[in-house]
Design a protein around this ligand. Structure first.
Ligand code: GRG
Length: 312
């Protein structure tokens, strides 16, 4: 697939996700809510709207398209995509807080706690976290309660103790926050585990949720999961490479932080040349995982290339 066609498909899903999030985060109270505090909604909108590649909703929707053969965009898929984007946005808000990474810039604009205040940022993250599961548990997302339970369980496990939150805890511990104040060098296996939890788990969940929405059989689920593991690793190696040699203006956030914090990454262990060769191998492996789907997998194969080559 030519990169311009891929860019158009990514932009179409990003626009639809943006519109869905704008609708879901309006100021009017929903059934079951008595009011929506304006400052909370303004803060949630500040972080969830107007930025980001929307990669996780894209993977979810393209996985569902691949399995189902549909090329339209059912509202339920968009809602599930919005749910995983809510989790991602909440993680970015909390990651940027003074007690975590203490960052000033995210997606090229002031972080939420700088634009608003710290308490509001914590609550906006909490609001996005819980909204995600509200969306998935709602029959509007899928009429089948078993599918909805699958979506909730998949996202909860990816976002929680054994996934993103647990990975973030391992990351903070590796910085030496809770010990003698010195970073502990991690083994390669420990780095891979931490990264797989912190960022890989949500990318895997995106593909698994798309598969669930499309009623994928066990073989299709397994193929998509292998693909998701390979792109998850590629995402992280590319992220480490950007931190190593990217510039803050293009990346849209501070760079060089891993080295400053003494944080071990696969790039610091093996070097930039190894990282570039590994990205090529991971892209090829991801394409091979989807070979059983034939040409229908072209968009997800292009997504793997995009993830490996990304500049922000
Ligand atoms: C605070 C609970 C909690 C978790 C934080 C994912 C995470 C865990 C923190 C994000 C910090 C970070 C920058 C990790 C590197 C990988 C990553 C998630 C990059 C940003 O994802 P993209 O490139 O961002 O998909 P956009 O802005 O395009 O959505």
């Amino acid at each position: 697939m030519p990169s311009s066609e891929f860019a158009d498909r990514l932009a179409a899903v990003a626009d639809a996700t943006e519109a869905a999030l704008a609708r879901l985060l309006d100021h009017t109270a929903r059934p079951g809510e008595t009011t929506r505090p304006a400052r909370l909604i303004d803060a949630m909108r500040y972080s969830a709207l107007g930025g980001g590649k929307r990669l996780r909703p894209f993977l979810l929707i393209e996985a569902a398209r691949l399995v189902s053969g549909r090329d339209d965009l059912p509202d339920g898929w968009l809602r599930a995509g919005a749910a995983i984007e809510c989790i991602h946005c909440y993680s970015l808000i909390h990651d940027d807080l003074p007690s975590m990474d203490n960052d000033d810039i995210r997606r090229g604009k002031p972080t939420l706690h700088r634009a608003f205040d710290e308490a509001t940022a914590i609550l906006a993250g909490d609001g996005l976290n819980t909204l995600a599961f509200d969306l998935l548990a709602d029959p509007e997302t899928d009429p089948d309660p078993a599918v909805r339970a699958d979506l909730v369980l998949t996202l909860a496990r990816a976002a929680g103790i054994g996934g993103m939150v647990g990975g973030q805890m391992l990351d903070l511990a590796a910085e030496g926050r809770f010990a003698a104040g010195r970073a502990t060098p991690l083994s390669e296996a420990a780095i891979r585990q931490l990264q797989g939890m912190k960022t890989g788990a949500l990318l895997r969940a995106a593909c698994a949720m798309g598969a669930a929405l499309a009623r994928a059989d066990a073989d299709a689920r397994a193929a998509l999961d292998c693909y998701a593991r390979h792109i998850g690793l590629a995402f992280q190696v590319a992220d480490d490479l950007l931190d190593h040699e990217g510039d803050a203006a293009t990346v849209g956030k501070a760079v060089g932080k891993d080295q400053a914090l003494g944080k071990g990454t696969l790039v610091s262990l093996h070097g930039a040349d190894w990282a570039r060769a590994t990205l090529d191998q991971l892209t090829a492996a991801a394409a091979a995982d989807l070979a059983p789907f034939g040409d229908a997998a072209a968009t997800l194969v292009a997504a793997a290339r995009f993830i490996a080559a990304r500049k922000n």
